[in-house]
Design a protein around this ligand. Structure first.
Ligand code: SF4
Length: 702
């Protein structure tokens, strides 16, 4: 079956199978869905990212389609503290429209905010941004991708002039001689990616992993650097220091293709390997081995992920690794480069088309007059009516219900009660709202707080596009109709726009929305103007930028120039600084968070899948046996992890895979096991990324 065969192109047509992609992470593994007599069957499909592989999450994704928890009717809460009750769509949409109008009448347009998600299709993310700016006229829109990729995005923009997670196809990993993964654990978060790493290993290439934990990925590495959390930046500067002193730089590349190296040279001169060993715990010999492995081979790739990025200095940490890659002449060279491993399913496309506070479609800036004029022209409005930039996600949520914040919030595709940092604080701000509306297909922890819950279609019931971690735009294809009583987000936005403005200005056909998105993105950094659904269907996706229908797409960036005004990449000197919350006598340990193989993000979906629940039934606290012995904790015993913001309680899991000065908990579970009750809401000053990956805690028997 070809990619384009037997897809649902209009409502009412029911294919027996659909070639689509997994609903979860940014690898967007290819899969085939088949309608069987009693449900939907998932089969793996050969696609360049997954090559026929799927992880447990993908195999079981269809279990949610007919799940007993599936919402098929809107829910309303009649009074604060009352129960949610079933309602008609007319009643629910009427309540939302009246609530929005009331709040905006009393407090102005910015008193209504919109919160999106990195799992929404490109069409939905685009429509959400347009709905916020044109229908609501609010500047307050942001999304949960702010908590995933924003630090790498900001660093990429300032160095390369563009933010595409991987500026080359994933298959390039298999052609590299050395791969350095920093704060990435794809063996657990996106296992099929390891097939590309296996290619590298079979060719004799080396895998080096930097991670405070001996993760499943680190255990496969030729060399595991185990830095103390929050010291990656210093490690990167030390690697560049070594490359400089050993004469391993690509001087011609630095001279011809970059600017700003002199200041970086002066800065890294102070990062003596012995001192960085004392700071990070990474032995000098390992620093030398890593620098040599990157600098003395033909092809090398450096990839960062959340472990390096989710810090109050995340942008500078990523910048330090980009500096290293540039100094070695890697970006733009075949089989080499720097990239970021995007996490959420549409984490890439979701950050390009307008659901970010400072952004218009096509990755344009909302404070750029030319961008405003172009996009306003596509939307048929006066550019002066478009609001200005809003604030990043955590600041938006933190201000809810206060005099300076929004009083009504519309949430699409996100569950911040579990996924936000300092989550108890965020939960209290959500409770302070005049109106909380959540569109979801299950009663997530955030939906449980809502005044109105709107049931939406699932991935197997909708057409659209996603943009994977490579910047490859691909097609989501429907197998079946949504159940009776369920609507798509596009239909909800159109209906609300109709009630709020008296017309129906938003299209509900995703193909039509995509065509409009293409026009709105035309000429922007993420230019989709030349991409059509037919063109995607005819091949294995289309890489942006693709400005012309008849022109090529762009699998590899930076071959000849960088998209900066002078065509050169820009070095930025960056320096190590301690975590926002240092350890102390009362909170003597580092706390860090992450993911497990069988759960995804806030877990609202995967915690409901029986097979995944069996594989990963609940939260845990990973700690070193030496630490456990010191505080009198045994395997499986309940422990409390306490920070200045709150605590989590979960069984202890003893492991020598973690440093004795650090404890780890996955963040997929709510309630007492909620890891984000503990995390720090210190923000990166550039990206607004919270410091999920390090704060100070104490651990004690519960
Ligand atoms: S969760 Fe990610 S790695 Fe697993 S099947 Fe889905 S897309 Fe692939």
């Amino acid at each position: 079956m070809t990619d384009g065969a037997r897809t649902a192109t209009r409502r009412g047509f029911r294919p027996v199978e659909a070639a689509t992609h997994c609903p979860y992470c940014a690898l967007q593994c290819g899969m085939v869905l088949r309608a069987t007599g009693d449900g939907v069957e998932v089969a793996a499909r050969d696609f360049p990212t997954n090559r026929g592989g799927l992880c447990q999450k993908g195999w079981t994704a269809a279990d949610l389609l007919d799940h007993p928890d599936r919402l098929t009717t809107p829910l309303l809460r009649d009074r604060p503290g009352g129960e949610l009750r079933p309602a008609t769509w007319d009643e629910a949409l009427g309540r939302v429209a009246a609530g929005v109008q009331d709040v905006q009448h009393r407090h102005g347009p910015d008193a209504v905010a919109v919160f999106g998600g990195g799992g929404l299709t490109n069409e939905k993310a685009y429509a959400l941004g347009r709905f916020a700016r044109v229908t609501l006229r609010t500047r307050h829109i942001d999304y949960n991708g702010r908590w995933c990729m924003s630090s790498a995005a900001a660093a990429g923009n300032r160095a390369f002039g563009i933010d595409r997670g991987l500026p080359f196809p994933l298959a390039d990993l298999g052609r590299a001689d050395t791969l350095l993964l920093v704060g990435a654990n794809p063996a657990e978060t996106m296992p099929p990616l390891m097939r590309h790493v296996a290619d590298l290993r079979e060719r004799g290439g080396r895998l080096i992993v930097a991670d405070p934990r001996a993760t499943a990925t680190a255990r496969q590495a030729d060399l595991h650097l185990q830095p103390m959390p929050g010291t990656d930046l210093a490690v990167a500067n030390a690697l560049l220091h070594i490359a400089l002193t050993e004469g391993w730089l690509d001087r011609a590349y630095v001279a011809e293709r970059t600017t700003g190296f002199d200041e970086v040279r002066r800065t890294v001169a102070g990062y003596w390997p012995a001192e960085v060993e004392r700071l990070s715990g990474v032995p000098v010999a390992d620093l030398y081995a890593t620098a040599r492995a990157l600098a003395t081979v033909d092809r090398a790739v450096v990839l960062t992920a959340r472990g390096a990025e989710q810090h109050a200095k995340g942008v500078d940490t990523v910048t330090a690794f980009i500096n290293l890659a540039l100094a070695l002449g890697l970006p733009g060279r075949p089989g080499s480069g720097y990239g970021c491993l995007t996490g959420q399913g549409n984490g890439q496309g979701g950050r390009e088309h307008g659901q970010k506070a400072d952004q218009l479609p096509g990755y344009r800036r909302i404070d750029d007059p030319a961008a405003r004029e172009h996009v306003a022209g596509v939307w048929g409005v006066d550019p002066d009516t478009l609001p200005g930039p809003g604030v990043p996600a955590y600041q938006l949520l933190d201000a809810l219900g206060t005099p300076s914040g929004a009083r009504a919030l519309l949430v699409f595709g996100s569950n911040p009660v579990v996924s936000a940092p300092r989550a108890a604080r965020v939960e209290s701000r959500l409770r302070a709202l005049d109106l909380l509306v959540v569109a979801d297909f299950v009663r997530s922890e955030t939906a449980e707080l809502a005044d109105v819950v709107l049931p939406v279609a699932q991935w197997a019931e909708e057409d659209g596009t996603m943009t994977n971690l490579e910047g490859r735009v691909l097609r989501r294809r429907a197998l079946r109709e949504p159940p009776a009583g369920v609507r798509t987000e596009l239909e909800i936005l159109a209906a609300l726009a109709g009630r709020l403005t008296g017309g129906t200005p938003l299209p509900t056909d995703p193909r039509e929305v995509f065509a409009e998105l293409g026009r709105a993105s035309s000429g922007g950094p993420a230019d989709y103007a030349g991409i059509t659904w037919d063109r995607i269907d005819a091949d294995t996706g289309v890489f942006w930028p693709c400005p012309d229908r008849d022109g090529p797409d762009t699998p590899r960036l930076f071959a000849d120039r960088f998209p900066t005004p002078d065509g050169r990449a820009r070095f930025h000197a960056v320096t190590h600084r301690p975590a926002a919350e240092p350890v102390c006598a009362d909170y003597p340990l580092h706390f860090t968070t992450g993911r497990v193989l069988a759960q995804y993000q806030s877990g609202a979906q995967t915690r409901r899948v029986a097979a995944l629940r069996r594989a990963a039934p609940g939260g845990f606290v990973e700690l070193h046996p030496d630490l456990a012995a010191r505080i009198g904790v045994t395997e499986g015993a309940p422990v409390r992890v306490v920070s200045r913001r709150g605590e989590l309680r979960a069984p202890a899991r003893l492991s020598t895979a973690i440093r004795p000065d650090t404890v780890f908990a996955p963040f997929h579970w709510p309630g007492a096991q909620r890891a984000n009750s503990v995390t720090n809401d210190a923000l990166d000053p550039v990206s607004g990324m919270p410091e999920f990956k390090i704060c100070a805690v104490r651990v004690e028997p519960a």
